[in-house]
Write a protein that binds this ligand. Structure first.
Ligand code: NAP
Length: 256
């Protein structure tokens, strides 16, 4: 049995992770941590506020973190120092911070981070990287629920990075002579315009729109339910112990 600690246990993603893990035959949630729900029992898991003592008591093999950009760093540092592998879905952490965290980890522990655990989103990013080789003019529209803490999304930033790695040249960004409302042309990430939409009713969605002579190509992915992320999270829980150091992106655990 893989013993799993879930940080952000009471959150939208954390509660879905507890449900998914406890439905599997080869893993179980032994620790749930969430500061706003001390002592509560959520889906059979008693919620603690102190990750360090919960790790000492329950000896989890893997911590899964879906919390907040301002909380994840301390959680990861605590887990890695105790030799617990980390599967991180929380977005908004700079790459340099992840590298520093992984450097401080004991030899065989792994810090696995995925900006998006949905298989369809990983494919969207892969297809966008391919398309960028032939269609360098591209913009990203990412759409999320209105409680999301960070913008642009981790998926949009990762997509922009993949586009930057693959397109043969960076076309001159078409500005506009008169920006009547500031920010109308979006934010620039790796030279790609990114537009962030935040609305109730949305879960996690992204369109990557390429433009060429007389044509456009739109690649779109929609997570319409948080269950879409769970096969990727379960895969990461099973695989993380086979790796060490920093590993970024679900594609690193998927067959080519
Ligand atoms: P959420 O519903 O706000 O859940 C976050 C939970 O973490 C809250 O219950 C929060 O408590 C708790 N928390 C805050 N500080 C904590 C700490 N130090 N230790 C333990 N728990 C703590 O947010 P969500 O929608 O689940 O999203 C969580 C993160 O996952 C976000 O960064 C989001 O972008 C990311 N995400 C990633 C993916 C992916 O595929 N990688 C998919 C979806 C979401 P309070 O409410 O009291 O602060």
């Amino acid at each position: 049995m893989i013993r799993v600690a879930v940080t952000g246990a009471a959150g939208r993603m954390g509660s879905e992770v507890i449900r998914a893990v406890n439905a599997e035959p080869d893993m179980e949630v032994v620790v749930g941590v969430d500061p706003a729900h001390p002592g509560e029992t959520l889906q059979g898991v008693v919620v603690s506020t102190d990750l360090s003592s919960a790790i000492e008591r329950e000896h989890p093999d893997v911590m899964v973190d879906f919390t907040r950009p301002d909380a994840v760093e301390t959680n990861v540092r605590t887990a890695l120092a105790a030799g617990v592998h980390c599967v991180v879905g929380t977005t908004g952490i700079p790459l340099e911070t992840l590298q520093q965290l992984a450097q401080g980890a004991p030899g065989q522990t792994c810090l696995f981070v995925a900006p998006n655990f949905a298989i369809g989103a990983v494919l969207m990013m892969r297809f966008a990287a391919q398309a960028a080789r032939f269609l360098p003019h591209v913009e990203i529209i990412e759409l999320h629920h209105d409680r999301k803490a960070d913008a642009p999304s981790g998926t949009a930033l990762r997509t922009a990075a993949l586009i930057a790695e693959n397109r043969p040249y960076v076309p001159e960004a078409p500005g506009c002579e008169t920006e009547i409302a500031s920010g109308a042309r979006g934010a620039l990430a790796e030279g790609v315009s990114v537009h962030s939409v935040r609305l109730p009713g949305l879960v996690a969605h992204q369109e990557v729109i390429f433009g060429g002579e007389g044509q456009t190509l739109t690649i779109r992915h929609d997570s319409i339910d948080r269950t879409s992320f769970m096969p990727g999270v379960l895969l990461a829980i099973r695989e993380v112990g086979k790796h060490s150091g920093l590993v970024v992106g679900l594609e690193r655990l998927m067959p080519e």
